[in-house]
Design a protein around this ligand. Structure first.
Ligand code: PAF
Length: 292
């Protein structure tokens, strides 16, 4: 049994490696009348993840964080093997932040046999990262469903940094009538505006200096298109050119979308977001901001 501490004591971090241990620990919290907030992560935690734990602490009695680098959401040429892993560092940060329970299963615990069931959310996965990362959102929706079914929290917490992912998970929970509130939390940024991401550690010093242009250009687009001002196509085309001139290797997309349908818009007349996916060296950087 990998549970280190009593599950109902007021402080301290317990680690569950199996679904049985997770359920046992959560049952103890529930018996003490506590509500559960699940924060699914792939580890390599940074301040963005920790802000989810803090946000959960304000709304749920017991924040539970999962750490699992989910192989099914990575494509064959993506960075699954290289994805940063630092369990000891993650546990120290989580304990410091007030997390009470960590679920850190291995692959066989999450996928004990052939997985014949996949959760697929249609339409809102047709654009943006969907076609660029075939199978990615099926992998995310399926593993998040499994994690939610394993922990059965009252709430699940996800960052707005992965805006399309957040909408997919919200829609999935709604369509499948999951009795779980999906809470989106604001993106945490470095002082110069770069969105925090586990993949930022791939950036060399020169790339890191270039990376801040992404936020600046997204802000420029948001300012230009606000209240139906400039055409979204013109503003994003200028910003794309500026990013390539600043040293980005590729702009996979830089678009203004309707905040709910995720469809591109040409003039902003309601809630909208500027969303972007870029390549800088070997690093894929995604980000988004609200137009207002
Ligand atoms: O955002 C992530 O870190 C992952 O996509 C998630 C939600 C933990 C599923 O593996």
């Amino acid at each position: 049994m990998a549970i280190k501490n009593s599950q109902t004591q007021e402080r301290g971090l317990a680690v569950a490696r199996t679904v049985a241990e997770l359920r046992h620990a959560i049952a103890a919290f529930r018996a003490a009348g506590r509500t559960i907030g699940l924060i699914p992560t792939m580890g390599a935690l940074h301040e963005g993840h920790i802000s989810l734990v803090r946000g959960a602490l304000g709304r749920s009695d017991v924040p539970v964080t999962s750490i699992f680098v989910n192989p099914t959401q990575f494509g064959p040429n993506e960075d699954f093997a290289a994805y940063p892993r630092d369990e000891a560092g993650d546990l120290a940060k989580l304990e410091e932040a007030g997390c009470r329970l960590v679920f850190a299963p291995d692959k066989d615990e999450m996928y004990p046999g052939p997985q014949l069931t996949t959760v697929h959310v249609s339409e809102i996965t047709d654009g943006l990262c969907g076609p660029l990362r075939p199978g990615h959102f099926d992998g995310v929706a399926t593993v998040v469903t499994k994690l939610l079914m394993m922990a059965m929290p009252e709430r699940g917490y996800f960052g707005e940094k992965d805006y399309q992912q957040l909408q997919v998970i919200k829609r999935m929970a709604r369509d499948l009538a999951m009795p779980i509130e999906i809470v989106g939390m604001p993106t945490v940024r470095e002082l110069d505006g770069l969105a925090m991401s586990s993949r930022n550690r791939y950036l060399g010093a020169a790339e890191r200096a270039t990376a801040l242009h992404l936020y600046r250009q997204m802000m420029a687009v948001a300012r230009a298109v606000r209240d139906g001002g400039a055409s979204c196509g013109a503003a994003t085309s200028d910003a794309t050119k500026a990013l390539l001139a600043a040293g980005f290797d590729k702009v996979e997309y830089l678009t203004v979308i309707d905040a709910e349908s995720l469809e591109p818009v040409e003039r902003v007349s309601g809630p909208a977001r500027v969303v972007a996916a870029t390549r800088l060296g070997r690093t894929r950087l995604i980000d988004n901001i609200a137009v207002d």
